[in-house]
Design a protein around this ligand. Structure first.
Ligand code: APR
Ligand code: ZN
Length: 360
């Protein structure tokens, strides 16, 4: 089958190959024919080493498709079901799943079965990005990593929910818990930022300010509900317009850059909340002075996969989409073949797109 493979961390391009084989279906496995997969900035971040992963691997993690086979221990899905890939599956038994009710933080499967090298190409075994590997015609996932959806939902729309949309909407609703009437600033107008903007609209924010260095993105942000959109250098003055000059109630950083993380923290008022959604590198630092935590009493919170529980939150997002409250089709600005994946990755690096979907 066809797949796009990252040979080594640091490579600018993926290798396209059609000789990839997939392991046999194990007792707890679900084999999925991927029909659609989005290109997310995290794919680029695995390529450049920001998100550490061992290569060679099949890239891609935001996907949806059709179940083609299941192991004998699988009970929740069957052949022919339509599913969304959940790249951060829960085990249901660890302290995060049970004691803290935070299944998104469970690492049992991500550090376990998701690490297996399930693809074979030219005699070499290949891993899969975060255990998903959706830049392939088929992949193998443990049962908790597939979420069944209704068959009338276009799989193209469903694929977006698999990562970017859930991450952005979830950060607003589950992590930051944006309140009606509040003012929010969102840094980054990619797939995650646009989802955060839409999440703020759903949460009833009165002001949603979008920030992006690409001027073309400022109009895009307004299309999805931003009430204002500005370039990064305009933020410092603009914050004076909110809360009698004190700043925003909430900031969401959806880029993954230490500079914009710091700018997001500075943009909120005393007692406000700064939520970091973007993924920066292990060696990158954000500076705070030791006085400001006491004086400003701000909440600084990270958000991992929108603090979601895929079992209910994927459906919650799709219900909002059905009700016309979330525009998912409008986020797709390009449809590509797998052969064009490197062109797609380049457009992500350039910050030109909201979402591109590969049709397999
Ligand atoms: N200042 C302002 N805007 C910036 C800057 C910057 N320094 N750097 C990038 N941007 C803008 C880009 O122009 C682009 O519009 O941020 C946006 C990022 O969008 P995408 O590349 O599409 O990223 P996305 O897939 O939305 O992911 C954002 O969330 O899940 C994480 O790993 C992901 O860190 C990434 C972040
Ligand atoms: Zn992603």
């Amino acid at each position: 089958m066809k797949a796009a493979v990252l040979r080594s961390v640091g490579d600018e391009n993926l290798e396209l190959t059609d000789d990839v084989e997939l392991d046999a279906v194990g007792p707890n496995d679900v084999e999925v024919r991927i029909t659609h997969t989005g290109i997310c900035h995290s794919d680029v971040s695995v390529m450049n080493g920001t998100i550490p992963q061992e290569a060679p691997l099949v890239l891609g993690h935001e996907g949806a498709g059709v179940v083609t086979a299941v192991g004998e221990g699988v009970t929740k899905v069957a052949e022919g079901d339509h599913v969304i890939v959940g790249w951060s599956p829960h085990c249901g038994e660890c302290i995060y799943c049970v004691n803290h009710k935070r299944p998104n933080l469970c690492t049992t499967l991500n550090f376990g079965v998701m690490l297996r090298k399930k693809f074979l190409s030219g005699g070499e075994r290949l891993g899969a990005m975060v255990g998903a590997g959706t830049f392939a015609e088929r992949t193998l996932l443990p049962e908790p990593a597939v979420i069944k959806i209704d068959k009338d939902i276009p799989l193209e729309v469903a694929s977006l929910v698999s990562c970017g949309v859930m991450t952005g909407v979830g950060a607003v609703i589950n992590t930051a818990k944006v309140e009606p009437g509040s003012s929010v600033i969102v840094f980054g107008v990619g797939g995650v930022g646009v989802s955060a903007i839409q999440g703020c609209r759903l949460a009833g924010a009165s002001a949603i300010v979008a920030v992006d260095r690409n001027p073309a993105k400022l109009e895009v942000a307004k299309r999805f509900g931003a009430t204002m959109s500005v370039l990064p250098e305009e933020v410092r003055d603009l914050r004076k317009q909110f809360n009698s000059g004190e700043g925003f109630d909430y900031a969401l950083e959806c880029i993954g850059n230490p500079k914009t993380m710091r700018a997001a923290f500075s943009a909120v008022r005393r007692g406000g909340t700064c939520c970091i959604v973007g993924v920066g590198g292990l060696d990158e630092k954000v500076e705070f002075n030791a006085f400001e935590f006491f004086w400003m009493e701000k909440t600084l919170v990270g958000s991992f996969f929108g603090s979601c529980d895929v079992r209910c939150d994927f459906h919650r997002v799709l219900t909002l989409w059905r009700a016309g409250r979330l525009d998912l089709e409008g986020m797709i600005d390009r449809r590509l073949r797998l052969e064009d994946v490197n062109e797609g990755l380049e457009a992500v690096r350039a910050g030109e797109v909201v979402r591109q979907v590969i049709e397999l």
